[in-house]
Write a protein that binds this ligand. Structure first.
Ligand code: SF4
Length: 326
């Protein structure tokens, strides 16, 4: 890119004047930055902030030692509603690794940050630049889109294009203001260089932008197909208790769901929900025969349901079924 210094200056100047104020932008604490980055990986800013997840998580686990010592139940409870629970476990693993490998002091070397469990190149760059002010690049979906358009690159962004985006981000990152530059590039993608038709008239870097057809970029390789899944669950309630099943090893380990059963009673509730690349049709039936708890299943008291970690789809089903049955 010609006049890379001018480009950096334009991004940084725009961010300083227009950048939004988020709590994770007010801190230099690498732990708090890591929490925000992991939370934002698959969850919208509006959800993380609007529903108070970030502040609540940091209230409950204010530092590395607290998180490293967290039990499964309280960890998943603090994460409930955010989905992708593996992220919470990785965060705790990362906290434990900092305690064990680095004596509780968060490492500032990018290679050491990258070596923490669950930390990929993006998150390592985010912590290095946002918390430690190091000139490390970051590329998320927003930055990739901006770079593809700036460079008029037609390589698929979910393939070769991403590698190119990293190369450009590495060359372009501002050595004097990496934090503002990285935040600025990301926010440009969120607010102006949006998917579909971008707002090029308001763009502070339009002078450097090579594409003439921004709405056609970035190009995506073939999408993953969505798989339809049907699940048949049982709703059984007796003596102020409801039968639930605790999930074993896997992404949602430790959470409680309605038990799976072949239908043997009326259909009580039906809903569709999406999870990763699955589209699930959930059908919950009652039973006309006496129900016994199977392996991993337990009768849970209704008043205690609020303390259990229950996936959102099952929580909605239970709210409706218990509301209507009570
Ligand atoms: S000029 Fe338009 S397409 Fe280019 S970076 Fe700015 S908003 Fe994106």
């Amino acid at each position: 890119m010609e006049d890379a210094a001018g480009f950096r200056g334009a991004v940084v100047k725009w961010f300083m004047a227009e950048g939004l104020d988020f709590p994770w932008r007010r801190t230099r604490d690498p732990y708090a930055v890591l929490v925000s980055e992991v939370m934002l990986q698959q969850t919208q800013i509006a959800t993380v902030l609007g529903r108070g997840y970030y502040a609540r998580f940091l209230d409950r686990f204010p530092d590395l030692p607290t998180l490293a010592a967290a039990g499964d139940e309280e960890l998943l409870k603090a994460w409930e509603g955010l989905g992708y629970y593996r992220r919470a476990r990785f965060l705790r693993e990362a906290a434990r690794a900092v305690m064990e490998r680095h004596g509780g002091v968060f490492p500032s070397k990018p290679s050491e940050i990258l070596a923490l469990p669950g930390v990929g190149r993006y998150t390592a760059g985010a912590v290095a630049s946002f918390a430690f002010g190091q000139a490390e690049p970051i590329v998320d979906g927003n930055i990739a889109r901006v770079l593809m358009r700036l460079m008029d690159c037609e390589d698929p962004v979910d393939g070769r294009g991403m590698a190119r985006a990293w190369e450009w981000a590495e060359v372009l990152v501002d050595p004097k203001h990496p934090r503002e530059f990285n935040s600025g590039l990301m926010e440009l993608g969120q607010r102006l260089c949006r998917p579909g038709v971008p707002d090029c008239l308001s763009c502070p870097v339009s002078r450097w932008c090579r594409t003439r057809e921004p709405a056609g970029l970035p190009i995506k390789a073939k999408r993953h197909e969505v798989t339809e899944v049907a699940e048949t669950l049982l709703f059984a309630e007796r003596d102020g208790k409801v039968l639930l099943r605790q999930l074993g090893a896997g992404r949602r380990e430790g959470m409680w769901r309605l038990p799976e059963r072949e239908p043997s009673g009326p259909l009580l509730y039906q809903a569709k929900y999406g999870i990763t690349r699955y589209r699930v049709t959930m059908a919950v039936h009652g039973s006309q025969k006496p129900v016994r708890a199977g392996d991993g299943e337990a009768w849970q008291e209704l008043e205690k349901l609020k303390d259990l970690v229950i996936p959102p789809a099952d929580r909605r089903a239970l709210d409706e079924l218990l509301g209507s049955s009570g």
